[in-house]
Design a protein around this ligand. Sequence first.
Ligand code: BMA
Length: 887
Amino acid sequence: MAVAKKMLSLSEGWKYRKSNDASMDDWQDAQPLPTSVYLDLIANTTIPDPFAAKNEELVQWVGTETWVYEKQFALPLQAHAKGSAKLVLVFEGLDTYTTVKLDGKTILETDNMFLSHRVDITEQVHSNRKAENETYALQITFHNAERKAAEEVAKHPEHSWFSFHFGNKRLAVRKAQYHFGWDWGPVLTDCGPWKPIYLEIYEARVADLSIRTHLDPGHQQAVLSVSVEVEGKAVFARIDIEIDDTKVESRVIALSGQKTTATIRIRNPKLWWPWTLGDQNLYTAKVTLLNCEDGSEEVELDSQQKRFGIRKIELVQQPLQGQQGSSFFFRVNDVPIFAAGSCWVPLDSFTSRAAPEKYHSWIQLAKDTNQVMIRIWGGGIYEHDAFFDACDELGVLVWHDFMFACGIYPAYSSFEESVMSEVRQNVSRLRHHPSIAVWCGNNEDYAIAHLAQIHAGKAEYDPTEMDPEKIKESGFPARLFYEIRLPEVCKELIPDIPYWPGSPFGGSFCNATTDGDIHQWHVWHLDKFPYQDYPKLGGRMVTEFGLQSIPHWKTVKQYYPTDQPFSLDDKRDCSTDEYMVWHNKGHGGPENIAKYGNDNIPFDGQSLRGYIYCSQLIQAEGLSTAFRGWRRLWQGPGREYCAGALVWQLNDCWPVSSWSIADSDLRPKLAYWTVKRENEPITAGLARVSNDDSLKLEAWACNMTLHQVCVRYEIQAWHVKTGQKLWAQESSLIQLGPNRSTELSKIELSSSLGDEKQFNWNELVFSIHLRSASDSSTAGEKKIARYVNFHEPLKEVPFSTEEENIKVQLVEEETGPVIELDVSVPMKGVYLDFEDEDRVKWDDNGVDLVPGETLKLGVTGISDKKDRKLRVYWLGETGWQSKVICI
Ligand code: BMA
């Protein structure tokens, strides 16, 4: 009788050693899989924590060795019996160059971390039958990736290797590129079984289950094409579709050939939406292989299930009114969206240390800051399923780069073959996730080709050449992948999901602002333009832009060596402190932090407390300036001049000063709050347009909801030093159109404020408050958006320095504790930190204030103890200021 598939986990009981330590005594216990050599060495205290102090330097030797993992395992009795059952070893992921042996016989050799492997060992087991209690030895040798990579480069002198980050040899290895170091990550060329290993015993199995969904134009019906690929002998398959534990369809189909497709209609489908637009309805498709030949009993041979969503996703490129080029926006279920979000780097330097909860927390953090799209950057990994599960559940869209970053990759045959297997496997693995909005060829390889041409006379190519052989012979052979092979695979496997050749790409030059997406690095890198220029440096969609800052002090303290004095307030030059510098991998990172700091505020790099606050304030200001300016360019149908902005970067893979908006311990930086505020569904903005002796104030609002919103707004002018209200203007009722920005007014301030000689522009602070309103009465009007505008650069603002200008109180409201802030003069960057507590969550922070309103910041997770130490920071005239309040 047929038997059901069995799985034997091979996660436990591994040992490992350096390959040249021949004595058995040197075997060490490995942790249960998935693991890696660095993680095992840390667990066995053979090496110190590579993230602390400058230990990264001390543990480099690990990456220059060859490592061996071994495990003995016994087979269940049934596996020995000759029959029709197959025995297959499954390696979901081996990092990277390996030789795998079973009882001394080589069964697999690998050279691509992104591939999974299935090895049929039936014959070997049957031809060397063992007694029931005898074991098999599974041994994996992890060859040194650095050396292998160098050999690979040497083998291919015909390719013109070129890269901007961390050497050329990484380009030859299909291994997470950030393992070789990046400008936010350490060099830790890890190796090991980074995904599970197990044995499958089966007569038939579901080799693949894919679900294509097609939504009709009126959203009344969805047609599902459910395809089942089977390996082995099975006669029927039962397909069950469910949502919220309710069966939608159950059907038995006869299997024919290798792949069988069933068409299933769902009336009134529940759609999957990004969280900004609706619910995240998720269906489950389960397929069960049945064998009921010859009147024998029905046996369930194998089953597989996948969770999917019904949604339509398009990338719309069409002419724009009054501007050159074309739009570049995503439309989900026929609704255009402004894609606000950020870019994702792997969440740990050790790729296998990836708990699903950690993924969930990061995606939740993105959602908490009103982000709706995360871009998986091409120098990391095809992410773990947990990443996409979180995005599906929380309604966050994913832009997924293929794994190429910042280099001129080769395309010779063996490389091409490896890449294509990797691409097919990973696209197939992930294709049911409704959160995936686009697959993209690479990160910045077109930009690198451009730079290689200018600086090195390399990477010459004809962008119109589409003959594969000629592309391979050109200076930019990987165009073969980005423009031919990857779109082919995507068309075959995921025809309903957009494909885009690169990030950035589009237009006459890959970073053209009129078409496609751009990376805006004229601020911070390249020309080091002021961040105040962001609004005019937008593109159709900005998929990278950002500024660095230092992590929260508690995170710095964790990596600071314990034998060194750690003080937040002692005087020392933080820009040259060896540990702070070690934990900033950016080229000229500390200098750039100081530059942007000094250009804008009385920057303090001489105390850690000041360094952290100042760098975070500048990053927060920069990012808010960009979002405010670019959302303003989302102006409704035919006028989607900018359709999204993704911050470089959301997260970190270790404790480091980087462009992230929260540090590796998920502690928010000040930018977290500005990203959150600027991407609220309804926001208001003000911009000063000045020439020598006149000042104009432009006001606008963004309404990203799908309804028209009726508002009234008030603009006020304040004197920064005295707190005196100088002028105010209240509007009549205004309708804000749905899903767009609306210009509110342009005010000639010279005339509004009277005698312009009376004030210097830098003394003026403007605020705008939007209130929801209705025609009938002003009663019950609710504040729905606010923004405070200061003169820039902020270092020219004569802030008041009196500590008494701010009143801080803890109040218990029905909804929980709230910190109330009242000021008597306008204040900038008011940031609150409970110094002795670690689980505090704020609903807003790092705020700008004007007199006459009480700002309430919700706070959860504070302990019951009395006299909690709350430190309040703000920006003063001559520097940052702070005071501690016991509350
Ligand atoms: C872009 C990214 C990353 C890099 C970042 C900051 O080039 O694609 O490669 O980390 O800028 O420099």
